[in-house]
Design a binder for this molecule. Sequence first.
Ligand code: ADP
Length: 285
Amino acid sequence: MTANRAESETAVGPPEDDTATHSAESTAPLGSPAIGEPLIEARDIDVYYGDTQALNGITMDIPERQVTALIGPSGCGKSTFLRSINRMNDLIDVARVEGTLRFHGKNVYDDDVDPVALRRKIGMVFQKPNPFPKSIFDNVAYGLRVQGQEDDLEEKVHTALERAAILDEVEDQLDSSGLELSGGQQQRLCIARAIATDPEVILMDEPASALDPVATSKIEDLVEDLAQEYTVVIVTHNMQQAARISDTTAVFLTGGELVEFDETSRIFENPQSQRVEDYITGKFG
Ligand code: ADP
């Protein structure tokens, strides 16, 4: 066990009194999802948009090669936290991030970290599929070409399409435009594009919310498969989806707070905080 792990257990350890559950006043029920080593360690992350604070002191460890779901009502900061992991908030002029976010033990906000290189390691898939207006092949090859990794390009593109569970559907039409695919196929193409450059982490911001139920189910299956090789962090407003596909779940609530973080089964079956129970059971949100 590493020093970081030991520190993280202090930071997000179980409540001192396990019997003190379901207290409406409970403020430190972050739990301790004990599966997997942490790859990403967030400590006291505050994010401001101008004078408005969107995240308040987020401290959590994201385990390696698991699916971590971020759930909570709209506007509570889930996407903001996701973007703070690969410094996408840097691209928003008014956004300011405070705190420490370590990836492999290194603070990604240190001055010597190149955000573009970081985003190659920590890729992102957005809510609305956004293929480039290029061929299917060129979409997936794009990042590899930008990085000058053109050796075995064809094989790498095929592998990425296969991992994204779309190869069978497109292998005869790799020269067609990515925009001609259905919404669900476009999203899997975007996932292929994200994994072509061999990231370690895939951040997904409601990747299925614009899709029909069949396409959604394919994305859900894919997310579970991807976690065998990648660390996946997924924002979803769909609690059933989080329950189905994630290993750990973080519940963000109003005020940009992380209220509970634990193994998904515990979050849904035995939440420690009354606020989380009320949210899960639909009493608010
Ligand atoms: P969620 O993903 O949980 O719906 P967000 O992270 O999108 O929440 O938003 C959290 C808060 O930050 C909201 O009050 C939202 O209005 C605000 N916010 C998000 N993005 C921006 C932005 N680019 N500029 C200003 N405020 C923003």
